[in-house]
Design a protein around this ligand. Sequence first.
Ligand code: C5P
Length: 221
Amino acid sequence: RDKINIAIDGPAGAGKSTVARMVASKLQYIYVDTGAMYRALTWFMLKEGIPSENSENVLQKAQNMVIELKPHVNGQKVLLNGEDVTPYIRSSQVNNVVSKYAQIEGVRTKLVHLQRQMALEKGVVMDGRDIGTTVLPDAEVKIFMTASVKERALRRYNELSQTEDISLEQLEHDIAERDRLDQQREVSPLRRAEDAIFLDTTSMSIEEVVDAIVSYCVIHW
Ligand code: C5P
């Protein structure tokens, strides 16, 4: 069977990365988490003290920055200039500003180029916001996954509340704000590709979503 590329897009907290990782593992494909790349860049800029408003400095700093994704037992490691930054990129600090850095056109050009290279040989499950529309418009299978803001906030809460002191209300607010920024930005905003399958996962389990996607791929390819 020939390998294909699978694009999974949707808003923050819809469960894309968990699902994409599991689909990749079932098909023995490579999982590419593009959000982790935007997060690593954001973490680096925060560390260097370069605000997103200063896009020229951001781009200058980004020029020689090397981002690599390495497969790992628990999903994937993100290396920035050789350093493993995986433990730092899911903090609220990064959550709150990543969409601002992701709006910068030059940042997107650089990361989209890297993402396309990763998918050249096919056999990739890539998740993000603009994979079906911009990064891999020729992907054989495209999924647009979402869930209500309440449900997505609840999922994040269960994930974060062990390590961070944060309220469900605050998370709901943050997610709605990130949705707004991701949908309204000028360069490749979050939207469903016309040929993407729409999956509302509000009342689906992870396994149900994974099975739905894998069966679709097996039947159609
Ligand atoms: O998927 P995740 O929540 O890790 O993505 C973090 C942020 O990175 C998103 O809110 C979005 O602003 C940005 N992003 C993007 N394009 C992608 C993936 C992520 O703009 N393909």
